[in-house]
Design a protein around this ligand. Structure first.
Ligand SMILES: Nc1nc2c(ncn2[C@@H]2O[C@H](COP(=O)(O)OP(=O)(O)OP(=O)(O)O)[C@@H](O)[C@H]2O)c(=O)[nH]1
Ligand SMILES: [Mg+2]
Length: 282
């Protein structure tokens, strides 16, 4: 019997910090979307493509849904809203202890306004009791008609493959939209800036990471090595010394860590020149 090939777009949506980008990277077996313990790490819709002989899933990792009035908040809300309405399926991630937030119910309303079916994945199942997961599943079912509800844990590798199969099974029969070796549509310029921003999120505390932007000024990709110039843009002059650290140590550490990620991405040596500038590209 010939099984038809399936292909479609799937939004990974949820509140900030529930593990959306971590899930995407796990399914792809490669980092295409940066992650951190801080909420609002993802700022843009990130495409990641998983192709097998039976299906192609085009994932859209979205910024964590949250209400807010700043320009960046509004951009992120718009990105998530637009992604949800343009996909064949939504994979909604939820953490039981975060469900009290009204933002979650606003997000459910947004999803319901579209026509895509929804799979609910209860994420970080490793840190919740069975009772908490079952109660959450019951509670959420009152608000929406989910195609499936499944507990997952990337940390423990729980149900990740199963979730992938459930997603693939719900996609339309269609030809592949991308070649089988393409894993993301993100450019090297964008990914480079993101890998650097990830280190700022991981290494700096409090409000600084939220107000910074990273721009890749230049990439020269030669046979033996990649040469990169990039700028960390801070909104205030007073933030500059925080990024630089004592004797430039913080900037150096950001550079060392980012270079490791970039080396893995490009598969060759990376020379990274990092600058700190005051300015806001928005
Ligand atoms: N315990 C546990 N932690 C996890 C799991 N998956 C992700 N995390 C952690 O949760 C934090 C947030 O992960 P992200 O993938 O950045 O979350 P996100 O939903 O993409 O967050 P935003 O982009 O800010 O919306 C990180 O510290 C991850 O290591 C999991 O299965 N179990
Ligand atoms: Mg994310």
């Amino acid at each position: 019997m010939n099984i038809p090939f399936r292909c479609g777009n799937v939004a990974i949506a949820g509140l900030p910090n529930v593990g959306k980008s971590t899930l995407l990277n796990c399914i792809l077996g490669r980092k295409v979307s940066i992650t951190s313990p801080k909420p609002q790490t993802t700022r843009n819709s990130i495409r990641g493509i998983k192709t097998t002989p039976a299906y192609q899933i085009i994932f859209v990792d979205t910024p964590g849904y949250h209400t807010g009035n700043s320009r960046i908040d509004k951009l992120m809300i718009h990105e998530t809203g637009a992604a949800i309405l343009s996909v064949d399926l939504v994979c909604l991630l939820a953490e039981p202890r975060k469900d009290r937030k009204s933002d979650f119910y606003l997000l459910l309303e947004k999803i319901a306004a579209g026509s895509a079916p929804v799979i609910l994945a209860l994420s970080k199942a490793d840190i919740y009791s069975r009772k908490e997961l079952l109660d959450a599943a019951d509670k959420y079912s009152e608000f929406a008609n989910f195609l499936h509800i499944i507990p997952i844990s990337v940390r423990q590798g729980l149900n990740i493959e199963k979730l992938e199969y459930l997603i693939a099974d719900a996609l339309p029969t269609a030809q592949a939209a991308y070649s089988s070796d393409q894993v993301t549509t993100q450019t090297d310029l964008f990914l480079t800036a993101e890998f650097i921003r990830e280190q700022v999120f991981l290494l700096l505390h409090k409000e600084i990471p939220y107000s910074i932007f990273v721009e890749t000024d230049n990439i020269e990709n030669t046979e033996k090595a990649v040469y990169i110039d990039a700028s960390i843009m801070v909104s205030k002059e007073s933030h500059k010394p925080i990024i630089l650290g004592k004797g430039g140590h913080m900037l150096k550490e950001i550079g060392i860590n980012a270079r490791k990620e970039l080396k893995a991405h490009f598969g060759k040596n990376v020379h990274l020149s990092l600058w700190v500038k005051v300015g806001n590209p928005l």
